[in-house]
Design a protein around this ligand. Structure first.
Ligand code: ZN
Length: 210
């Protein structure tokens, strides 16, 4: 792999905590093909041919996330990819005052719960974690589970230290619906291997929406 990358590319990776080892050579594959193969190979990033438009092409950028986003134009894409692949607790949290459910992922459940309350995350201060288990790819699991939830999504901004935060995605659904979205697709084998936390209070979070 080493010879495939330019010195600039290797330096760029090193600056962001990656090496050639993290890059899948997908130059001769379709975007979809290389995304799947890179995932299979456990690689976070891909090497693509020089594609894209404008500045990206002119600069000869080839390093991308598996989803195909240039990390050289926009290094914040790396943080997104890393979050997708980081092990952590996926959780369902609920707010009685907001009558909303949040599906998220974190490395530390207690700290996350405290933080959501202190920040007034999404406009509520009474968050509690209702359900959780540990997975190897936290961000990816969270995103997939969240997309399976039926019901309305609401997007709320809130203020943290006087600064308006980007909108967060919350669900107007029952706890049971979030639980279904998070666990329904798991095989019996996967279920057996999970260590699950479940609150005794979930009954109060079976919000009903039309
Ligand atoms: Zn670029």
């Amino acid at each position: 792999m080493t010879s495939l990358l330019s010195a600039d590319e290797v330096r760029f990776l090193a600056r962001h905590g990656y090496s050639e080892e993290d890059v899948y050579d997908g130059r001769y594959q379709s975007k979809e093909g290389r995304a799947a193969a890179a995932k299979e190979a456990g690689k976070h990033l891909v090497l693509a041919g020089v594609i894209g438009r404008g500045n990206c092409r002119r600069m000869g950028h080839r390093l991308r996330t598996r989803a195909g986003h240039c990390i050289q134009c926009k290094p914040t894409n790396i943080a997104f990819q890393r979050r997708e692949d980081t092990p952590g607790y996926v959780y369902i949290a609920g707010s009685l005052s907001g009558r909303v459910i949040k599906i998220g992922t974190t490395g530390d459940l207690n700290q996350r719960e405290n933080q959501m309350r202190a920040e007034g995350y999404g406009g509520s201060k009474d968050w509690i974690v209702l359900f959780s288990f540990y997975v190897s790819k936290g961000g990816e699991f969270e995103r997939a589970a969240s997309s399976r939830v039926k019901g309305n999504r609401v997007y709320r901004t809130y203020f943290k230290d006087g600064i308006e935060q980007g909108a967060v995605e919350l669900h107007q659904c029952s706890f049971g619906e979030a639980l279904r979205a998070m666990t329904e697709h798991l095989s019996d084998d996967e279920r057996k291997r999970l260590t699950v936390f479940r609150s005794n209070n979930t009954g109060r979070y079976e919000f009903e929406y039309e």
